[in-house]
Design a protein around this ligand. Structure first.
Ligand code: NI
Length: 154
């Protein structure tokens, strides 16, 4: 990945990744489906009383170290953005009831990862850096990677 800046080609040569954790509850069910269909599609996750996960989020920025600071992005600022935009609104919340858009969007792992991208992406768009990926773990054995909306090559 490179950015065209004037006549110079600047390479975004590094990925820097920070992890944060939050705990949240959710219910995965689609109100347009019957109880039976919800059970079939989502299994126990469709239980209306909800259940919780300890989510682990890994956010990667791609960029080029600043010649003055030697950093792709200010690490303290990166931590502050993730705490403010993700941990504070999500931690110890029942997502379906307390965190829009999950009153109307099913809080699957995929949809949560996409929402996190939307929340944080503008804060990392700089001349020398940009958001590269959001990796969200629901359990140690299950995670999704999201890279923003990409044009479909098929
Ligand atoms: Ni779940």
């Amino acid at each position: 990945m490179y950015l065209q800046a004037g006549s110079d080609v600047e390479y975004l040569s590094m990925l820097i990744t920070r992890k944060v954790e939050f705990s949240a509850s959710h219910v995965c069910r689609n109100p347009r489906l019957s109880d039976e269909e919800n059970q079939r599609v989502f299994g126990l996750a469709a239980n209306p009383n909800g259940h919780g996960h300890n989510y682990l989020l890994e956010v990667s920025l791609e960029g080029d170290p600043d010649p003055v600071t030697g950093m792709v992005f200010d690490l303290k600022e990166m931590k502050d953005v993730l705490n403010r935009e993700v941990v504070e609104p999500f931690d110890h919340r029942f997502l379906n009831h307390e965190v829009p858009p999950f009153d109307r969007v099913i809080p699957t792992l995929e949809n949560i990862a996409r929402d996190i991208w939307r929340r944080i992406e503008p804060h990392f768009a700089r001349p020398r850096s940009r958001l590269h990926s959001v990796r969200l773990y629901e359990t140690p054995d299950l995670y999704v990677d999201y890279f923003g909306e990409q044009p479909c090559s098929a």
